[in-house]
Design a protein around this ligand. Structure first.
Ligand code: ADP
Ligand code: ASP
Ligand code: MG
Length: 410
């Protein structure tokens, strides 16, 4: 007997018919003698619908109230899944995050899980229940409902698996595993049998939304056995997230290509080239809670330089506003310019540690298509470039082919 956490995403619980499909799978595992905790998202489209309603009331919804509204999507699906299970003759019980006592900090709309009370869940499992838990939500120490950021049900699933020392956490979604890149953009993308935890962390942070980054962080920290699977296929091994030292298989140099359309670039021109300038530019930006991603400072000429960085597209106007009103005159910069039609493309692979020439291959491939690289950043296992958004799809396709990731080259 194993303790298994199964997380089902929005599409997998998108209609009563699909929920019945989930019920069948859960019943199958239960019949094999396993203990089951099921974590579910809201029905597909529901969270967006709720955010839309909130915005009709307030252009910038109050974060506490927004969490109150958007957390309801998951409350509906846990009840429906439990009903389906009971209808099948199983014992099942649904819980909201607050009922479990998934305690988070108070950062509404992007809260972090601090602790999970396992008592109720353990007692129910011991009594033969399937426990159905609402993903994406928790409660802070004051009793306010919080949510964990978009895609946060993945994190609920992995965090519960970690807290209860589950044997496996299975993430059921609308694709049958983690692919070399988003299969919706590149039909030649291949499913990976395994991907290392580090690579998955990079892929998730660079835009592959198949797993929320915090879910991958949790899995790494608590060594949760994590697998991504299709909720629509009867069979299949999906993709197992492995730890490098355990993964003795021959690794490809590049495992995948991630992309992100949400990047916006800002340049402060004619900045005096002297100590403290980076701080004077980025200090006010970070005080306004705007996250900065890539940063480039050019070599100064005649005592002045250009300073560029990227932010999330949603925060572009806010950042430009701060720089124009609080920074530009203060530091004596020439002007502030921006481009919010940029995108980031990244190649990821642990094989980069032991192979040279990956960067030059990436740059040559993009050059051959006439795609201009605006910014570059690297880490030990990834290279990212910022390009014009209109070339994003082309860039992903040609890189996928150049690094031998296309299906036919497997
Ligand atoms: P769920 O609602 O089940 O959580 P998501 O929409 O959050 O599903 O994540 C699954 C989607 O992630 C897929 O439909 C796919 O388009 C996208 N995706 C992006 N990158 C990848 C990748 N490398 N491998 C697989 N899927 C990916
Ligand atoms: N329902 C939430 C969202 O759409 C959480 C999730 O699906 O993981 O972001
Ligand atoms: Mg998701």
């Amino acid at each position: 007997m194993a303790l298994i956490v199964q997380k089902y995403g929005g599409t997998s619980v998108g209609s009563p018919e699909r929920i019945k499909n989930v019920v069948r799978r859960v019943a199958k595992y239960k019949a094999l003698g396993h203990q089951l905790i099921v974590v579910v998202s809201a029905m597909s489209g529901e969270t967006n619908r709720l955010i839309g309603l909130a915005k009709e009331m307030q252009a910038q919804p109050d974060p506490r109230e927004l969490d109150m509204v958007v957390s309801t999507g998951e409350q509906v699906t846990v009840g429906l899944v439990s009903m389906g299970l009971i209808q099948e003759g199983l014992k099942a019980k649904s819980y909201t995050g607050a009922q479990v006592k998934i305690i988070t900090d108070s950062a509404f709309t992007k809260a972090r899980i601090l602790s999970i009370d396992e008592q109720n869940i353990r007692a129910d499992l011991a009594n033969g229940y399937v426990v159905v838990v609402a993903g994406f939500q928790g409660v802070d120490k004051e009793g306010n409902i919080t949510t964990l950021g978009r895609g946060g049900s993945d994190t609920t699933g992995v965090a519960i698996a970690a807290a209860l020392h589950a044997d496996e956490c299975q993430i059921y979604t609308d694709v049958d595993g983690v692919y070399t890149t988003d299969p919706r953009m590149v039909p030649e993308a291949r499913r990976l049998k395994t991907i290392t935890f580090e690579e998955m962390l990079e892929m998730a942070s660079l835009g592959s939304k198949v797993l929320q980054i915090r879910a991958v962080e949790f899995a790494g920290k608590y060594r949760v056995k994590l697998r991504v699977l299709s909720s629509f296929a009867e069979e299949g091994d999906g993709t197992l997230i492995t730890f490098e030292e355990d993964d003795k298989m021959e690794q490809a140099i590049i495992s995948g290509i991630a992309f992100n359309r949400d990047e916006a670039k800002i340049t402060v021109r004619g900045v005096p080239d002297k100590p403290g300038i980076a701080y004077q530019i980025l200090g006010p930006v970070s005080e306004a809670n705007v996250d900065v991603d890539m940063i480039i400072q050019n070599v100064g000429v005649d005592g002045s330089t250009d300073f560029s960085f990227t932010v999330h597209r949603n925060e572009f106007d806010k950042a430009i506003d701060i720089l124009k009103n609080k920074v530009q005159n203060h530091i004596g910069a020439q002007n502030v310019v921006g481009d919010n039609k940029t995108a980031k493309v990244s190649v990821v692979g642990v094989g980069m540690r032991s192979h040279v020439g990956i960067a030059s291959k990436m740059f040559r491939t993009l050059a051959e298509e006439g795609i201009n690289i605006q910014m570059i950043s690297t880490s030990e296992i990834k290279i990212s470039v910022v390009i014009d958004e209109k070339y994003l799809e082309l860039a992903v396709r040609v890189l996928h082919k150049a690094f031998d990731l296309d299906l036919e080259s497997a």
